[in-house]
Design a protein. Structure first.
Length: 261
């Protein structure tokens, strides 16, 4: 059922998983893959995308409103399920927008079926080991300090999350446990992925916040090197979660890119 802003909710079964999703807009399909901390429902970036595209935002099993799968042990498992979701929705081809951990999932999906990806957008993507620096280890900080690290400025975090609710804290704790379950060794990267991305010839846009405290900027250059048809954009005044902190700036990059030939 659609809500007041035009977003509809649905649950789609894929290989025994019940995957919850939100969907809005019309036009060419865009699947948004969310962060390892999950996603808020109401984001300006999602709204802007839905003005010109059919936007689908699924929750991975074990995150948000999608029940956990006990057997899931690797982000590639998530990518396979997202491929199944795409097939069940009747989408032969779609653009993928991956945010942080979701960038890893998007990259895995693209490596599995390169011809099914019309465009690939990776925003602060995990998945490749940074040549310099390390991906922030959420095991050594609290599950509220970790989301804080996603932002360049604390006021950006507070604008979105306000006084953090108990439900939100619980969701972050569950998300962290799921991250440890499927992306612990090696932590938040794949040794195979850089070698598999050479087959992805779809245009790729890599976006990084200039002050990304979670994934070093060297990983952005590694993605650019691994993808045959990629360009890199750095957003000033943004941290890891560019879509939350600088939605207008990200929209100005992504919308023209998705519409280009």
């Amino acid at each position: 059922m659609a809500n007041a802003t035009g977003w509809a909710e649905d649950t789609v079964e894929v290989s025994g998983a019940k995957i919850y999703l939100r969907r809005a807009g019309q036009g060419s399909p865009v699947i948004v893959l969310h962060h390892d901390i999950g996603t808020l429902d109401d984001l300006a970036f999602y709204e802007e995308l839905a003005k010109s595209h059919d936007v689908i935002v699924p929750h991975y099993p074990g995150w948000g409103k999608s029940p956990r799968l006990e057997w899931m042990r690797h982000p590639r498992d998530v990518a396979v399920l997202m491929q199944g979701l795409k097939a069940n929705l009747g989408l032969a081809q779609a653009a993928l927008v991956g945010l942080g951990f979701g960038g890893w999932v998007a990259a895995e999906m693209a490596s599995m079926a390169p011809r099914e990806v019309s465009k690939l957008v990776l925003v602060g993507a995990m998945g490749i080991k940074p040549p310099e620096g390390d991906i922030l280890d959420q095991a050594i900080i609290s599950y509220i300090d970790y989301p804080h690290a996603f932002f360049h400025e604390r006021k950006s975090f507070e604008k979105l999350y306000g006084n953090v609710t108990t439900d939100q804290l619980e969701a972050w704790d569950i998300a962290r446990e799921m991250s440890f379950r499927i992306a612990w060794k090696p932590y938040m990267h794949s040794q195979q992925l850089p070698h598999l991305l050479g087959a992805v010839t779809a245009p790729a846009l890599i976006v990084w916040g200039e002050d990304n405290k979670v994934v070093p900027q060297s990983a952005a250059h590694a993605y650019k090197k691994a993808l045959p048809n990629a360009r890199l954009e750095i957003v000033k005044g943004a941290g890891h979660a560019v879509e939350m902190e600088k939605p207008a700036e990200l929209t100005k990059l992504v919308i023209p890119f998705l519409g280009s030939k």
